[in-house]
Design a protein. Structure first.
Length: 265
């Protein structure tokens, strides 16, 4: 297939593009005007300029959107522009569109305020016959929030930190396993379906201890909010997100099943 990758130079998109290319697909990267050329053929457009997306996304067998969220107005206009191109869309959202507790691929969205508009993005993509992938907390290769935020805080404070009370759980996934999921979705997923990229559920205080050499302490919520804004509150939402349906129907089998083992190796 000829596949356009949005976010092909980002943390997730870099690995997704490589995995799809490795699976034999023709990968084309969406690049902003004036950006450095990626190691693939490229078309030029800007997520912040939704009008530019329709022409750029025309003529592909798939458009894989692994770019960052930019806010309700821009994201909703952007997905409409992509759908107007007529190329089937694979859209990335995340676990933040789901509620607390035990949830799965069929659970109705109950988004955290930081992702309030993203269920509507999902709805529009699914109504057009596209696909939604919801990753958990992504780690691996020194990137993602685990290293970009939590490891940096551990280094700053001399021990791991978690926000609020201990025991909060999040779904997690290694970026290489997540990339394999995109390949599986492109290869065999039925149109109009939701898929979960979660390899395990891990306690955030356990991740903090692994990053802090066995030491971890609570970062008070209000103090964390002063630095991180609404993201801090998201770290207090306890979630146990199942990917059992994704594993069964797509044959997705993550190879990295312990973020703690990964961080302490």
């Amino acid at each position: 297939m000829k596949i356009l990758i949005i976010g092909a130079t980002g943390y997730i998109g870099t690995r997704v593009a490589a995995a799809l290319a490795g699976a034999g697909h023709e990968v084309v990267a969406l690049t902003r005007p004036g950006a450095a050329n990626p190691p693939y053929a490229a078309v030029t457009a800007d997520l912040a300029d939704p009008v530019s997306l329709t022409g750029a996304a025309t003529g592909f067998d798939r458009v894989v959107h692994a770019g960052p969220p930019l806010g309700a107005e821009v994201d909703l206009a952007g997905v409409d522009a992509l759908l107007a191109a007529g190329s089937p869309v694979v859209c990335t959202t995340g676990a933040a569109v789901l509620g607390a507790g035990a949830v799965d691929e069929d659970s109705p969205p109950a988004p955290h305020p930081i992702a309030a508009w993203r269920p509507e993005v999902e709805r529009r993509v699914l109504a057009a016959g596209g696909w939604v992938i919801r990753p958990g907390l992504v780690y691996g290769h020194g990137g993602g929030l685990v290293h970009g935020l939590l490891a940096a805080k551990a280094a700053e404070r001399g021990g791991g930190v978690y926000i609020g009370e201990p025991g909060v759980r999040w779904p997690v996934v290694h970026v290489d396993d997540l990339s394999d999921l995109y390949v599986a979705v492109v290869r065999s997923a039925a149109p109009g379906t939701v898929w979960h990229g979660m390899a395990e559920t891990a306690r955030l205080d356990a991740i903090a201890r692994a990053l802090g050499g066995g030491r971890a302490s609570s970062w008070p919520v209000e103090e964390a909010k002063a630095e991180l804004g609404p993201l801090a509150d998201l770290f207090t939402r306890d979630q146990d997100v199942s990917a059992a349906k994704t594993r069964e129907l797509l044959g997705w089998t993550p190879r990295h099943t312990s973020v703690i083992a990964h961080l302490t190796a």
